[in-house]
Design a protein around this ligand. Structure first.
Ligand SMILES: [Zn+2]
Ligand SMILES: [Zn+2]
Length: 718
């Protein structure tokens, strides 16, 4: 019996971009691969390895931001081929990404769909047929006048192509009727099976029995519409498309009279879903159609990464509520803010009257076959919704008393030794893992948050936006993103820069005057420009090359001091081509901070980082893995500590741990001085840096036994 369902992975709302998987017993098809797709699949036990075909509606961060991270992971896990379909520009996206995506072992078949895509199927196999429907925008970009005279360059530079897909399942075989077979004297047994499979049989008396005599008519396979309508300027293209009419979506190709069952997944904004014409088109498809709405411009979402939330809850209640804050979700909003989302959903639901409509949340399923199960299934969503975290929950583990005592003693002593830059800012770790995102550690992303002076991101791996949202919550996230001054990208490995696009696109919506400064390797600029051209929009940033900041005498260095109020020096480090560390110095409050990026022990960094207040250094492997660290261009824990101590800094925080250490890195020979290890969502005000080292022994005790290496060799290379 054919079993088939589709499942929303990323709903496009908060932690994740857009992604939907269509499941058959033997095949899986992925529609879009937004940021965070692979992390969410790992969290929820969804196996992407079995996906052989991926269809993209758009090539923006929301729809395709998780593509390269996922491909790297699949290739390293041994996948050898994959077929990709998407709007024109897909091949260019790959060419522009050649500086960080090289996996010849994974053979890709790239199929581009243009404005002039013909009618007919672009793909078919034993389960489905897929037709593509290109959409065009009615928006004509033109210069806008600002302040009466100044011409403002439009951010939209060309019409972006969007592709929708019509997926038609093969007809579902009819039901075998044993009573009809019996009446025709067919003996019970193997002949029943042959007839139900569609074979004609001959009875012992020579009489032929045809399957049509005992099996009901095949049922026309359901149709799934994947309709992406990114803004109101695409609505007329949807509503006027003959390929998206009731007749095209539900008609049958042979003599059977029944219309196909139709389920439409809509990806769009609230303006689209509230539009009268769009709703009328949806209603015109038939009253029995099921509509799943993926609302892209709402951040209203529950906690999705449960494991991370649970760990944070443990650390928050047993270690420190300020350092380890429980991730924020909609439930932490006050009534007024929650009401905004509630009212929006209610309004849309009311307008979509006379049809079956649900909002698509992560893990929502829609069963397509067998027909007896047809419809929405929310059971898989259960867990995500159960992890509603009460920040006031009392500590559950008695053994943590030790930690509590250490904490209070340390805090007392820390108060007696204030540092020179106490109230100036905080460090927030958005991602502390190497190479691929895992349940508990996202890939690199560290924020130097100087409060009203703005924020600086040191690397920005895939999923950083979601982590920012969980730290700042819906009410503060816009302010934080708008106030970002600089994003430093240390090198072109996928775990350090793939989150950049979502942040830049989100910031664009805030329409903030000040461009974001991006300081990175020259290859990053090529990649960003290609992305802008493919998507027909400018992302509003100023790009500066890491190379220009290696010499503090260069005039460009002043540009940074006057724009972000900090002196910046980049340091070539020992990892891959164009890999850099960074040194930041604040002339105003006289503090100095060093971030290593990815590197082996590096003398140049030691020289540049002398006397720093804080050094954040990578420590990918445990101390006895020097050989593998050397091969991969990283540091062991011990090497990282030696490098940091040679700088004679006030405080050291180690990060970028191999994902082989799921919860906690392997720490040998605990140093008794000034070191700490980073956790995702660790938030350290400068005034609390001195508290950290004394918490380390207790944390080692807490995670005793969990820090063992799991021995995985995959993905340690970035
Ligand atoms: Zn890395
Ligand atoms: Zn790297």
């Amino acid at each position: 019996m054919v079993q088939c369902h589709l499942q929303v992975v990323g709903s496009g709302k908060a932690d994740t971009g857009l992604s939907i998987i269509l499941f058959f017993d033997d095949h899986r098809y992925l529609f879009n691969c937004g940021e965070g797709t692979q992390r969410l699949c790992a969290e929820k036990g969804l196996n992407l390895f079995r996906v052989d075909t991926v269809f993209f509606t758009q090539l923006d961060a929301l729809s395709a931001g998780g593509l390269f991270g996922t491909l790297l992971t699949l290739a390293d896990a041994g996948k050898t081929s994959l077929e990709l379909f998407g709007p024109t520009g897909l091949a260019r996206f790959f060419t522009a990404s050649s500086s960080f995506y090289r996996r010849p072992s994974l053979e890709l078949s790239i199929n581009e769909i243009g404005f002039d895509a013909l009618y007919g199927n672009i793909y078919q196999d034993m389960n489905i047929e897929v037709a593509a429907v290109p959409l065009v925008s009615t928006f004509f970009p033109k210069d806008q006048k600002v302040d009466g005279s100044k011409l403002k360059r439009p951010r939209i530079t060309s019409k972006k192509l969007v592709v929708c897909y019509v997926v038609t399942m093969k007809d579902i075989p009819g039901k075998f009727d044993p009573l009809a077979a019996k009446a025709l004297n067919v003996p019970k047994g193997p002949l029943f099976g042959r007839l139900s499979k569609g074979e004609t049989i001959t009875l012992s008396d020579g009489k032929k029995i045809f399957p049509s005599q005992v099996v009901s008519e095949p049922f026309p396979g359901p149709c799934i519409g994947i309709v992406s309508c990114p803004d109101i300027h695409y609505i007329s293209s949807v509503t006027s498309s003959s390929r998206l009419s009731r007749f095209a979506l539900r008609s049958i190709q042979n003599s059977k009279k029944k219309e196909r069952h139709l389920c439409v997944v809509h990806m769009g904004t609230s303006a689209v879903f509230e539009d009268k014409n769009y709703i009328e088109w949806a209603q015109s498809l038939g009253e029995d159609v099921h509509h799943i709405l993926l609302l892209e411009d709402s951040l209203d979402a529950p906690l999705i990464f449960d494991s991370q939330a649970e760990l944070l809850k443990l650390l928050s209640t047993s270690v420190d509520k300020e350092l380890f804050q429980v991730p924020k979700d909609t439930s932490t909003l006050d009534k007024t803010d929650r009401k905004v989302f509630f009212d929006l959903q209610k309004r849309i639901m009311e307008r979509w009257s006379n049809v079956n409509v649900v909002f698509g949340e992560s893990l929502l399923k829609y069963h397509l076959a067998p027909l007896s199960k047809l419809g929405v299934d929310r059971t898989a969503m259960g867990r995500a919704y159960q992890v509603v975290i009460d920040p006031n929950t009392e500590r559950e583990n008695e053994d943590l008393g030790l930690l509590e005592t250490t904490r209070s003693q340390a805090f007392e002593s820390s108060r007696k030794s204030p540092t020179c830059f106490e109230d100036v800012g905080e460090v927030i770790f958005f991602g502390t893992g190497a190479a691929i995102p895992s349940k508990l550690r996202n890939v690199s992303g560290i924020c130097l948050h100087l409060y009203h002076r703005g924020g600086i991101l040191l690397d920005c791996g895939e999923g950083t936006f979601g982590q920012i949202l969980r730290v700042f919550g819906i009410t503060e996230v816009n302010n934080f993103i708008a106030q970002l001054k600089l994003i430093f990208v240390s090198h072109m490995h996928a775990d350090h820069h793939l989150g950049l696009l979502r942040i830049l696109e989100y910031r664009l919506k805030l329409d903030y005057e000040q461009p974001l400064i991006i300081l990175g390797p020259s290859e990053l600029s090529v990649w960003l420009e290609a992305y802008e051209q493919i998507n027909g929009q400018l992302l509003h940033y100023v790009f500066l090359d890491n190379e220009s900041f290696t010499c503090p005498q260069e005039p460009i260095v002043n540009y940074m001091s006057s724009n972000i109020g900090l002196q910046v020096e980049t340091v070539p480090v020992l990892h891959c081509f164009h890999a850099y560390g960074i040194v930041l110095f604040d002339n105003l409050f006289e503090w100095k901070m060093v971030y290593s990026g990815d590197t082996m022990p590096c003398d140049a960094l030691i020289r540049a980082g002398q006397g720093a207040n804080l050094v954040i250094h990578e420590a990918t492997f445990e101390s006895n893995m020097e050989q593998i660290a050397l091969e991969k261009g990283h540091c062991t824990y011990r090497q990282a500590l030696d490098v940091c101590k040679a700088m004679n800094p006030e405080w050291i925080i180690l990060t970028h741990f191999s994902q082989r250490y799921a919860k906690f890195p392997v720490i040998d020979n605990l140093s008794d001085t000034n070191e700490f290890v980073a956790f995702d969502l660790l938030r350290v005000p400068f005034s609390k840096l001195s508290l950290l080292p004394s918490l380390l022994p207790a944390l080692c005790e807490l995670f005793k036994g969990e820090e063992e290496s799991n021995g995985k060799e995959l993905h340690d290379a970035s």
